[in-house]
Design a protein around this ligand. Sequence first.
Ligand code: FAD
Length: 406
Amino acid sequence: MQKMTTRDTSRSVLISGASIAGPVLAYWLNRYGFDVTLVERAPAVRSGGYPIDIRGTAFDVVERMGLLKAVQAAHIDSRTLTFVNAEGKSLATISPHDLAANEERDVELPRGTLTTLFYDLTQGGTVRYSFNDSIETLEEGSTGVEVGFKSGKRGRYDVVLGADGLHSNTRQLVFGPEEPFRRDLGFTFSGFSMPNNLGLSHGAIIYSEAGRTALALAVGESLELSVMLAYATEKTESGMRLSPQEQIERTADVFRSGGWEVPRMVEALRRADDLYFDTVSQIRMPRWSKGRVALVGDSAYAPSFFTGQGTSIAIVGAYVLAGELASHENPADAFAAYERITRPFVEANQDLPFRKGGTSLILRTQEELDGRSRMFASLMKGDVPKKDNDYVRQVHNSLLLPHYER
Ligand SMILES: Cc1cc2nc3c(=O)[nH]c(=O)nc-3n(C[C@H](O)[C@H](O)[C@H](O)COP(=O)(O)OP(=O)(O)OC[C@H]3O[C@@H](n4cnc5c(N)ncnc54)[C@H](O)[C@@H]3O)c2cc1C
């Protein structure tokens, strides 16, 4: 068990990004007596979004934050995962519970509900939020970091922490362009909402062909569907950043002549006011800190949604980073300890999609689709892949959470 050895109320921390990792960091740092400011590019904490999971070790962090009951109350309890053919006929219906490796320590809730819970927990204390702003310059001196903001404001902080996601601004400023750190997994997705004209509730419907997948998901009895259209990309185009209009046209082109509800989904994509798109990518960095700046969550180690673990490792990383900052006078020592404790857990989770036999919702070849169909057939016969689940569960829980309370 690690003990907090110092408590220096004068230490100031700037966090870039107020989604998952940012507010978790802010909560713990505030609790340890730091002076915390968050800067967020968006006008408010983003409330919408797809369902995310809290699993394994992250479950313990949420419990230590006193939020376990609240997140469990928000559990969306998806009951069915139905795979359909081009005519919409069911090929297989399975229970997500059969695929879950971690049943007792796994909560799935809308991302916006979780970000709001974390944000609310940091209210009423001394944590300051600065929305509609972003770091523009960082200059490190021997005793702190001078920060210039887009708004024209300036500030000086003992430590700066980047929790600003896959395309991290902090990483770009301190470590340079993202390309050397980004590992593209060869797919691009568009996520958006459309009216629930399928009468779907408590589950998802998936239509896959080799290289393209359409997915519709209903949270509970929602009148809106969360839709994802994902497609395989060539190596040369993978990682290319398209404009929203280019992405819409590219997606419409790839899904031309798609079966099931695809034509209606493409129409909805054109009208969507909440379109979110990106490549499916990981971030892999040899080091997560430089001087007085450290990265956490997707900015340092995005695992991609193929793992379903992005939120959980962001929560765990934020908890450990805050605790180590509270335990060390010197930021470099704190960052080294954070990395030593967290890296094996992070990398084991990032490696999950590359394991032999690992399956994904979005598949590239007919051979992979056939392999998935065989897995469903055995699942429907009650043959749950126990050995695989045991391994995944062990990875989700593979960090023994330190205690930092005095
Ligand atoms: C489609 C999809 C499905 C997913 N499904 C799952 C799932 O099932 N389970 C799961 O665990 N994870 C899932 N994830 C991953 C999960 O959303 C992320 O891993 C998690 O949100 C990481 O949190 P974070 O705080 O590190 O980064 P983010 O949530 O990306 O937050 C970054 C924050 O930084 C802000 N920001 C960005 N740039 C700047 C800037 N220049 N200045 C200031 N602020 C800035 C952003 O506005 C944002 O608020 C999914 C992701 C996607 C895209």
